[in-house]
Design a protein around this ligand. Structure first.
Ligand SMILES: [Zn+2]
Length: 192
């Protein structure tokens, strides 16, 4: 399976804001192609799904950490809003999805430096949303504090994909750097 880091940016954006096909491993171990809602919708609807009797949503992903999910939607919305403000674009009528589409469509007109920063954020939102919606396994809470914002108990890791993120500040560690975070967490817990 490709990681979000190597996915085409267009796919990253579409998965965030539009319904799409997703390969899922069912409980009987069968690989199955399922139609699922946009990642942002999955995050927003996690509260309904998890408070109803059916903790499994129709597309097969388990919604476990519902408050984290809702917090993350708000964080993405704020960050996208701040980007458009910084670029001096009026986005007062746009919702979160509209803001993400607007940012993506503006990229070709921007300098490489700004465009790279936006791409990094889009991939971070996508990666963290995938982790939070629990497509494969539930993210695990890491003991220790975030090396970026110092908040305790805000780190989550997805063992199967070798990545981690901070719910508080949005920092994201892909496979290449997650080892550095693991070392930091061990040290901050006095485990050498
Ligand atoms: Zn943090």
């Amino acid at each position: 399976m490709k990681t979000s880091k190597t996915l085409d940016l267009g796919i990253v954006v579409r998965e965030l804001v539009e319904p799409h096909n997703h390969l899922a491993i069912l409980e009987n171990g069968v690989l199955h192609r399922v139609r699922c809602p946009s990642l942002l919708n999955q995050l927003s609807h996690s509260l309904e799904a998890s408070t109803s009797e059916a903790v499994r949503s129709p597309f097969g992903s388990r919604t476990i950490i519902r408050v984290d999910c809702l917090d993350y939607v708000i964080l993405v919305d704020e960050e996208a809003y701040q980007w458009l403000q910084r670029l001096d674009r009026d986005d007062s009528k746009l919702g979160t999805k509209g803001r993400i589409w607007r940012l993506y469509s503006l990229m070709p007109q921007l300098t490489q430096e700004i465009s790279d920063k936006i791409e990094k954020d889009l991939r971070r939102w996508h990666g963290a949303s995938r982790l939070l919606t629990g497509w494969d396994t539930a993210p695990q809470k890491l003991r220790g504090s975030c090396p970026v914002c110092n908040k305790r108990d805000s780190l989550r890791a997805r063992v199967s994909e070798w990545c981690a993120y901070c719910l508080n500040c949005g920092a994201f560690w892909p496979r290449e750097t997650v080892g550095v975070l693991a070392d930091h967490v061990r040290r901050s817990n006095g485990e050498g």
